[in-house]
Design a protein around this ligand. Structure first.
Ligand SMILES: Cc1cc2nc3c(=O)[nH]c(=O)nc-3n(C[C@H](O)[C@H](O)[C@H](O)COP(=O)(O)OP(=O)(O)OC[C@H]3O[C@@H](n4cnc5c(N)ncnc54)[C@H](O)[C@@H]3O)c2cc1C
Length: 476
């Protein structure tokens, strides 16, 4: 054994002592889910998989790794789409899962804040808020398994960004273990704090490359007392954008979700997700799922939506639609939207792009993106859907019938992606909208971002992590 490996072996033994038997995953079968990403694009190996039980244990593990030059890959729920939580294939990295750090440290109902550890599952965060008659509004399809540390590290978006913002906007304070093992206690519960740089924003969206988030103070909101939800057929994507502006004009800031679903995506769901059905009798090409929420038990919310929709029907913006008459019906509408990724997987998978443009440019992007892709692969089946109210589309392509995804991607993937990204950039958009960069989009970040901005990112990275031990090979 070389000197280095002897040191590393001694360090790994020390780390085992720090986290104890419950904090180590040794069994090969148990280790498997930690080493493959959710989309099964990446499979890594790890020198050790650890699950520390406290911030102090995380800090001691990080210090030991720093001294021995062992790189660390943090992991939350491992639902990320860009391979950010998967170690490389060398077998030399340490995978650090936050899953045992699941304490709700404090609920301050008067301050409307919740202090939680990084390993709390998002759905549990939501439930902890509900137990105090409050709302934590971050909500996404993976909420039953993603963890708040992962949500903050990816600056997750989801279905209520239109009203409440991305994960970044939902945080007041953070506790972070830095790459040298120091603990930064930024767990402030303040809504005003201009004491210098706002450091928490460095770590939010950093995908574990600048440190390990161990706890966070989250903002809570009044729980909605009234909801109005509608499944609507619209004339075209342009009409969808116009409808959003009209609804916001007519109903005010209560429009919380505005999701676009094309017929092709709905058909995938109807074909592959048991128990789903088309809410409308006549098939149409374009749909939106609209939700309004109010913190007061306001029956006029439904009436306001009905009136706005009647106006939109008269103007030809909306062609058809139905309002949810019960919670079950509301859930059924949402199921149609939220199971699109699963339906795509069951239908053979897709070439995925997560892009954003200004809301006013969504229809143009849809048209140009489809045209560009069809010029390359006329038979490609476009499945572009998503958070149109945030200008965010999941611009995906299924292989033509009879062709495997692998063959389709090998033949046309690079050309389609490049053409689509070109359109996105021309429209002032981003090629990394809500899923982050991870290892999947590292080159894209470099290629499509402002070079001065990338240089600032590198400066920050080398200042905080000079030895490149914190999730190396991700983001930059
Ligand atoms: C069905 C489905 C629907 C989804 N819908 C959405 C959506 O609507 N919007 C959206 O934004 N995303 C969505 N996602 C993607 C994914 O769920 C989010 O990116 C989520 O925030 C990841 O959380 P996680 O705990 O699984 O993180 P992981 O996948 O474990 O990690 C993600 C990244 O964060 C880092 N990390 C994790 N925990 C920490 C920590 N404590 N400290 C520092 N770094 C850490 C990892 O190293 C990695 O780089 C969806 C995924 C699925 C499977």
């Amino acid at each position: 054994m070389s000197a280095t490996t002897t040191t590393q072996a001694a360090t790994l033994a020390e780390i085992r002592r720090i986290v104890g038997a419950a904090g180590v995953v040794d069994d090969a079968q148990d280790a498997e889910p930690y080493l493959i990403d959710h989309r099964r694009l990446y499979r890594g190996r790890a020198a050790l998989i650890v699950r520390p039980g406290s911030t102090d244990e995380v800090a001691r593990v990080v210090r030991a790794c720093r001294d021995a030059g062992i790189a660390i890959v943090p992991q939350g729920g491992n639902t990320g789409y860009c391979g950010g939580a998967t170690p490389d294939a060398s077998g030399s990295q340490l995978l650090l899962s936050l899953e045992r750090m699941r304490a709700v440290r404090e609920v301050d109902a008067v301050n409307h804040t919740l202090t939680v550890e990084a390993g709390v599952i998002l759905a549990e965060v939501q439930r902890a808020a509900e137990a105090h008659d409050l709302l934590f509004p971050l909500s996404l399809g993976a909420e039953g398994s993603c963890r708040i540390g992962g949500n903050l590290s990816t600056n997750a978006g989801g279905i209520a960004v239109l009203h409440y913002g991305n994960a970044r906007e939902l945080v007041l304070g953070l506790e972070v273990v830095l790459p040298d093992g120091q603990i930064w206690n930024g767990l402030r519960k303040l809504r005003k704090n201009n004491a210098g740089y706002d450091l928490k924003h460095l770590f939010i969206g950093a995908e574990g490359t600048l440190g390990i988030i161990t706890a966070a103070v989250l903002k809570l909101f009044p729980r909605p007392r009234a909801r109005a939800t509608a499944w609507l057929a619209v004339a075209d994507p342009e009409a969808a954008s116009r409808l959003l502006a009209q609804l916001r004009g007519a109903c005010g800031d209560v429009v919380t979700s505005f999701e676009y679903v094309p017929r092709f995506a709905l058909e995938l769901v109807l074909a592959h997700i048991p128990g789903t059905r088309d809410p409308l009798d006549t098939p149409r090409e374009h749909y939106v799922l609209v939700e309004l929420m109010s913190a007061t038990p306001d029956e006029s919310l439904q009436a306001a939506l009905e009136q706005a929709l009647a106006d939109a029907l008269a103007a030809g913006t909306v062609l058809d639609g139905t309002l949810a008459q019960s919670e079950d019906q509301r859930r059924a509408f949402w199921r149609l939207r939220e199971t699109i990724p699963e339906a795509q997987t069951r239908a053979g998978g897709s070439l995925k792009h997560d892009v954003s443009v200004p809301v006013s440019a969504v229809a143009t992007l849809l048209a140009r993106g489809m045209q560009a892709a069809r010029a390359i692969a006329p038979q490609a089946r476009v499945c572009a859907y998503g958070h149109v109210g945030d200008g965010n589309l999941h611009f995906n392509f299924q292989a033509p019938p009879g062709q495997s995804l692998e063959a389709f991607v090998a033949a046309h993937g690079a050309a389609i992606s490049s053409a689509l990204y070109g359109e996105v950039v021309q429209l002032g958009g981003s090629v990394c909208a809500e899923h982050g960069v991870g290892q999947l989009k590292r080159e894209l970040l470099e290629r499509y971002s402002d070079p001065v901005g990338v240089a600032i990112m590198r400066t920050l990275k080398s200042a905080l992590d000079p030895d490149d031990l914190m999730n190396p090979g991700k983001v930059l």
